[in-house]
Ligand binder design. Structure first.
Ligand code: SF4
Ligand code: SF4
Length: 188
């Protein structure tokens, strides 16, 4: 276990969506109502809340399973204390991502990697360039072997016009990039 950080809960509560953290009285309702916890016991929203409250910053922000939340809001509706668990999990993910950008955490979860490649493509071109997103995602999750295995399918998709090799950017992509800049500024 890493060192406890008593300031972690305040860091989370300062973020939009994290304000209600201290209202949790550990009834476990969020975990019981969570469809992801039901099939993946390593994903446990109540445990994240507890760990955050006691200051287990490194454990929470480095937890691969954080990215399994599907944002279904079942826990949100179920919580008798209005902790807004779904939003709280988003705050934890966003803090984890900030740590990853500083090189303090390495996130290997495929969903996170896919979302990142998707967002980067939209930032660059104002729209998704499918072949680049697919290639990046396979490279990061399966490496060269994965890319080689994907080649026959990729070729078939290309010849059927499903993906293109070159990105087509929208005419006003600078406006999309501005949105990304505003979001990034809001994170600091
Ligand atoms: S929003 Fe996330 S944590 Fe809440 S019930 Fe759905 S999957 Fe579970
Ligand atoms: S349902 Fe609400 S009060 Fe109960 S453990 Fe989850 S967050 Fe805490």
């Amino acid at each position: 276990m890493g060192e406890l950080d008593p300031g972690f809960k305040y860091e989370v509560m300062r973020e939009p969506g994290g304000e209600q953290l201290k209202m949790c009285f550990s009834c476990t309702g969020c975990t019981v109502s969570c469809p992801v916890s039901e099939i993946e016991p390593m994903y446990n929203p109540r445990r994240y809340i507890h760990q955050t409250l006691v200051g287990m910053r490194d454990e929470v922000l480095g937890d691969e399973h954080l990215w399994r939340c599907v944002q279904c809001h079942s826990c949100y509706e179920y919580c008798p204390q209005d902790v807004k668990v779904t939003e709280l999990i988003s705050v934890l993910r966003s803090l984890s991502e900030r740590e990853a950008k500083k090189g303090r955490v390495r996130i290997k979860n495929p969903l996170y990697l896919f979302e990142n490649a998707f967002a980067e493509s939209v930032r660059r071109h104002g729209r998704v360039h499918e072949s680049m997103v697919i290639a990046k995602h396979i490279w990061k999750t399966k490496g060269l072997k994965g890319l080689m295995e994907f080649m026959p399918l990729g070729k078939a998709m290309f010849f059927k016009g499903k993906i293109s090799l070159f990105a087509k950017s929208i005419s006003k992509r600078d406006q999309v990039q501005k949105i990304f800049e505003i979001v990034r500024e809001g994170e600091h």
